[in-house]
Design a protein around this ligand. Structure first.
Ligand code: PLP
Length: 444
C-alpha cells in the first residue's frame, strides 16, 4: 500500500502523517507492508486477548455470516442464544443473568446508562437520574459516555454538549488527590464517592460508574483491596446501581474472568467489550441482574437497540473466543504471565524517569516523570508519550499511549495472554531502549 493512499483516507491525526500500514498479524506480532515485525505489547487498544491469527475464530465468523447474514436484534439466533447461555453458565459473576449486545464498548456503556434511567423511571423513581463517575476515567466516546467519564483530553471542546454530572476523585495512589497515603488513608477515596452521593442528594442519584482497574487514561490505576467491596456497600445502602465498566479489564485481562472477581463483588450492571471477541469482531455486552431489568420488562418498555446489536457472526466469533480462553486456560495464563511482566517492568523503576509501575494480570501502566523526587511530569510541550510510542515502533514494539493530567505521561502494556517468556522479555527490553531514545530526542 503506497503511503499516499494510506494517508488520503484518514480524517484524523497530523496533516501529512502516514499511518502505520499493517499487512498481517499473527500471535503477538504485527507485520507492516514493508516487512517490519512489531511486537504488539498492547494487543492494539488492549483488545487482542487470545492473540492474532486464530483461524478457527475467522472460520466460526464466516460460517455464521453465511448462515445468517443479519437478524433484527430482538429476534433470536442460534449463535446469540448459545453465547448468552455460555456467558451465564461459565463467565459472568453470579446473579448477572440478563445479557444484551452492541457493537462495542461505548455503545454498551451508553446502553447501560439508558437501562439505568429506564430502570428508575419504570420503578416510579424518576427523580433518580444522576450518574456519578470519577476523574481520570474513560467510558467511551459517545456524548453520554464522555459525560460520565473523566478523560479531560477526550472531553475537550465537547463540554457544551455534555451533561454536568458529579465526579469523585480517582484512586490514584501515586499522586493521591486527597494528599493521603495507604494504609493510613483507610481508602478515603471511596468515602469521597459517598460524599458525592450525599452532595448530589441521594434521592436523585441513579448509579455510580467505575472501571474496577483503571485503563489507559492514567495507566492501570489499581484500587486498594477494600475499595470495591466498600463501593458495593455504599451503593446498596443508598439504593444506587453500581456499574462496573470492564470493557478493558473483562474476559481475563487482569488474571480473573472479570476484575471485580478479585474482590468477590457483583455489580448491578457489568459492561464488556474488547476481550469478548478479542478483536475478531466488533462487539460489546451489557450484563445485568434480574432486579435491574424487571421493572423495565414489567412496564413493557423497549430499550432501543443498535442496528448491529447481537450481530450473528459476532456472536459466533465471541463464542469461539470464549472456548479458546477456556481450552487453553488463558485467564490463568494472564495471571501467570502478568506477574512476570510486572516483575520485569518493576525493574525499570531504577530508571531516573520511571516514576511508577502499577497493574494486575496483563494490564500494566508505566508513569514517566521528569523528576522522581518531586514526581513532576515533563512539560506538556515535550509530548513524551507520543515520542516513546513512536520510538517503540522504530524499535519493534507497540505500547499503548495514555495519560491525562496530572498523570501526564503514561504507557500501558496489555499484550495477548499467549505471550511467551521470551516475547515478554523482548517487549520490555525494546520499550526500555525506546524510552531512552525518546528521552534523548526530547532533550535535544
Ligand atoms: C473502560 C472502557 N470503557 C469504554 C471504552 C470504549 O470502548 P470502545 O472504544 O469499544 O467504544 C473503553 C475503550 O478503551 C474502555 O477502556
Amino acid at each position: 500500500m503506497e503511503p499516499e493512499r494510506a494517508q488520503r483516507f484518514s480524517f484524523a491525526g497530523k496533516a501529512g502523517a502516514t499511518p502505520l500500514r499493517i499487512a498481517r498479524s499473527d500471535g503477538v506480532w504485527l507485520y507492516t507492508d514493508e516487512g517490519q515485525q512489531i511486537l504488539d505489547a498492547s494487543g492494539g487498544a488492549i483488545v487482542v486477548n487470545i492473540g492474532h491469527g486464530r483461524r478457527e475464530v475467522a472460520e466460526a465468523y464466516a460460517r455464521e455470516a453465511e448462515r445468517v447474514a443479519y437478524a433484527l436484534p430482538p429476534f433470536a439466533t442460534e449463535s446469540r442464544v448459545r453465547l448468552v447461555e455460555h456467558l451465564i453458565d461459565a463467565w459472568l459473576p453470579r446473579g448477572l443473568t440478563r445479557v444484551g449486545f452492541t457493537s462495542g464498548g461505548s455503545e454498551s456503556v451508553d446502553a447501560a446508562l439508558r437501562i439505568t434511567r429506564a430502570h428508575f423511571h419504570c420503578k416510579g423513581e424518576p427523580e433518580r437520574w444522576k450518574v456519578i463517575g470519577r476523574d481520570l476515567s474513560y467510558h467511551g466516546t459517545t456524548l453520554a459516555t464522555l459525560a460520565v467519564g473523566g478523560h479531560t483530553k477526550r472531553r475537550a471542546g465537547f463540554e457544551p454538549w455534555l451533561a454536568d454530572l458529579p465526579k469523585a476523585p480517582a484512586c490514584y495512589c501515586y499522586r493521591c488527590p486527597l494528599g493521603k497515603s495507604l494504609p493510613e488513608c483507610r481508602t478515603a477515596c471511596v468515602d469521597e464517592i459517598e460524599a458525592e452521593i450525599l452532595r448530589a442528594d441521594p434521592r436523585t442519584v441513579a448509579a455510580v460508574i467505575a472501571e474496577p482497574i483503571g485503563g489507559s487514561t492514567a495507566g492501570a490505576l489499581l484500587p486498594p483491596d477494600d475499595y470495591w467491596p466498600r463501593l458495593r456497600e455504599i451503593c446498596t445502602r443508598h439504593g444506587v446501581l453500581l456499574i462496573a465498566d470492564e470493557v478493558m479489564t473483562g474476559f481475563g485481562r487482569t488474571g480473573k474472568r472479570f476484575a471485580v472477581d478479585h474482590w468477590g463483588v457483583t455489580p448491578d450492571i457489568l459492561i464488556g467489550g474488547k476481550g469478548l471477541t478479542g478483536g475478531y469482531a466488533p462487539m460489546g455486552g451489557i450484563f445485568a441482574s434480574e432486579a435491574v431489568v424487571a421493572p423495565i420488562v414489567e412496564r413493557g418498555l423497549e430499550v432501543m437497540f443498535f442496528t448491529y446489536s447481537a450481530h450473528p457472526a459476532s456472536c459466533a466469533a465471541a463464542h469461539k473466543v470464549l472456548e479458546i480462553l477456556e481450552r487453553e486456560q488463558l485467564v490463568e495464563r494472564a495471571a501467570l504471565q502478568g506477574e512476570k511482566l510486572g516483575k520485569r517492568l518493576g525493574r525499570l523503576l531504577a530508571h531516573p524517569n520511571v516514576g511508577d509501575v502499577r497493574g494486575r494480570g496483563l494490564l500494566w501502566g508505566v508513569e514517566l516523570v521528569a523528576d522522581k523526587a518531586t514526581r513532576a511530569p515533563f512539560p506538556a510541550a515535550t509530548g513524551l508519550t507520543a515520542k516513546v510510542v513512536a520510538a517503540g515502533i522504530a524499535h519493534g514494539v507497540f505500547v499503548y499511549p495514555g495519560g491525562v493530567d496530572p498523570a501526564r505521561d503514561v504507557i500501558t502494556f496489555g499484550p495477548p495472554f499467549t505471550i511467551s517468556d521470551h516475547e515478554l522479555e523482548l517487549a520490555v527490553d525494546r520499550f526500555a531502549r525506546a524510552l531512552d531514545s525518546a528521552l534523548e530526542r526530547a532533550r535535544r
